[in-house]
Design a protein around this ligand. Structure first.
Ligand code: ADP
Ligand code: MG
Length: 433
């Protein structure tokens, strides 16, 4: 069966949230917006000749700002304010089309993704800004191009993320999960089992990825492990930056990579000196070529554990898809087991969980989940649990009683922190009919 891919431009459907956004826009700028974009945070915009980019947010926590179009966009990594994420998206499109002078834009942002909680509020904002800037400059791009541009430009904020978040933000389709693969970027449908639902629960610990070095320190460890593995296999280490590139080059399976990690890397943390010696580089090269700006202080690197996690996780992703392709509903516990292994690996090998998340995952399993794991970067934020559909009400009640109600701060956040999620549609521009 051939189905049409989802369109990037769709007709607007009026709802209360949109009406509120429109009102906020009119109050702010005294005119109606030209179009809306959703990714799935939401932005509306008017292109104008003010020579400035004006950004407002319906949430008073995020202040309004004006940036001049005659100056180069500068993103201060040391101080990741909300509008820098927006400007990342603007800069990405500006560079793609070589736009020397951007036209003015007035935008109002309304996001409903809990920030710093692993659900990628940051990428929603970057992708939405990219989409708005493309449309505002009368340009057109495919969803894959947009995803690649936005993955690259979110790095301007300082976090060296891969492209998962931006890819799914553009390539998502209602009703189906997606396997995301790179080189070339593609998203393949994964049929989720009937009879189970995915429930999100936020442990209510926020982790702002750009404002600390946890995230990038793992990126750096993976980069160093990549070079060590490449060198051990006689490959030119200079060409390799990501762990995924080594098996691609060697045509090796994830399982073969796991064995190679055991052979080449030791579990004891590596010092800078040991790495420099092994790679034949100077301490200066180590700092400038391998470390990021915010990880210059790190002295020890757990290469074995991080590489084991990454290849193990890649193997689990492929196994998850193959179970879904064969008999998802009959083998549902296998899927749950993979999620549980994934959490254990995040906790013990990648060390990106936190006590609250571990406690929440435990509670979710006791409450009837078949599998539960942290989602997103970790160090706080959300867990995702697979729960048999008929057990969802009792699951929600049990998690509520064990995790949220005993703590007044969590109890106050429960409504936006504990909910069932289904695969939804990707980013789009909404035009008035
Ligand atoms: P996440 O896991 O949600 O992607 P990040 O730490 O990567 O978390 O990014 C969170 C940051 O994104 C926030 O600190 C804020 O600067 C920005 N952000 C998220 N949602 C919004 C929003 N609705 N409006 C403005 N900025 C937002
Ligand atoms: Mg993020």
């Amino acid at each position: 069966m051939v189905t049409n891919p989802p369109k990037l431009k769709v007709a607007l459907v009026d709802d209360e949230r949109l009406q509120n956004l429109k009102n906020a826009f009119e109050r702010q700028y005294g005119g109606a917006p030209l179009f809306y974009a959703c990714a799935p945070g939401r932005v509306n915009l008017i292109v104008n000749n003010s020579g400035t980019i004006q950004l407002a947010n319906v949430n008073p926590l995020y202040n309004h700002i004006t940036v001049s179009c005659s100056e180069e966009i500068v993103i201060d990594r040391a101080n990741p304010k909300w509008y820098y994420y927006f400007l990342c998206g603007v800069k990405g499109i500006q560079e793609k089309f070589g736009i020397t002078r951007l036209p003015g834009m007035s935008c109002v942002v309304d996001g409903n993704i809990p920030p710093s909680s692993g659900l990628s509020s940051s990428s929603a904002l970057v992708c939405c800004a990219g989409l708005v800037t493309m449309e505002g400059n009368q340009q057109s791009l495919s969803k894959v191009d947009l995803a690649e541009i936005c993955a690259k430009c979110e790095c301007y904020i300082g976090t060296e993320g891969g492209g998962m978040d931006q890819s799914i933000s553009f390539l998502a389709e209602k009703g189906t999960a997606k396997l995301i693969e790179f080189e070339p970027l593609r998203a393949t449908d994964v049929r989720l089992p009937d009879g189970a639902m995915f429930v999100i629960s936020n442990c209510c610990v926020e982790m702002n990825k750009a404002a600390c070095s946890h995230f990038n320190s793992r990126v750096v460890e993976c980069r160093i492990a990549t070079k060590m593995l490449a060198k051990a296999k006689g490959l030119n280490q200079n060409g390799f930056l990501k762990l995924a590139e080594v098996p691609r080059e060697m045509n090796a399976s994830q399982e073969e990579m796991l064995a190679l990690v055991d052979e080449v890397l030791h579990p004891e943390p590596y010092s800078r000196e040991e790495i420099c010696k092994a790679l034949g580089i100077t301490s200066q090269q180590f700092s400038t070529e391998l470390l990021s700006a915010n990880t210059q202080h790190v002295t020890h690197f757990k290469l074995h554990q991080r590489a084991k996690h990454v290849y193990g996780e890649a193997a689990r992703v492929l196994r998850f898809k193959s179970v879904c392709d064969c008999a998802p509903t009959e083998s549902i516990q296998l899927l749950g087991d993979l999620m549980n292994q994934s959490h254990a690996s995040c906790r013990d090998l990648y060390e990106c969980s936190c006590p609250e998340l571990d406690q929440l995952v435990d509670i979710c399993l006791k409450a009837g989940a078949l599998g539960s794991r942290l989602t997103g970067a970790g160090w706080g934020g959300c867990a995702v649990s697979m729960v048999p559909s008929d057990k969802v009400p009792s699951f929600l009640q049990a998690v509520r009683e064990a995790y949220y109600l005993p703590d007044p701060r969590r109890a106050a956040m429960e409504k936006q922190s504990l909910f069932v999620s289904k695969p939804g549609g990707g980013a789009a521009i909404y035009l008035e009919k």
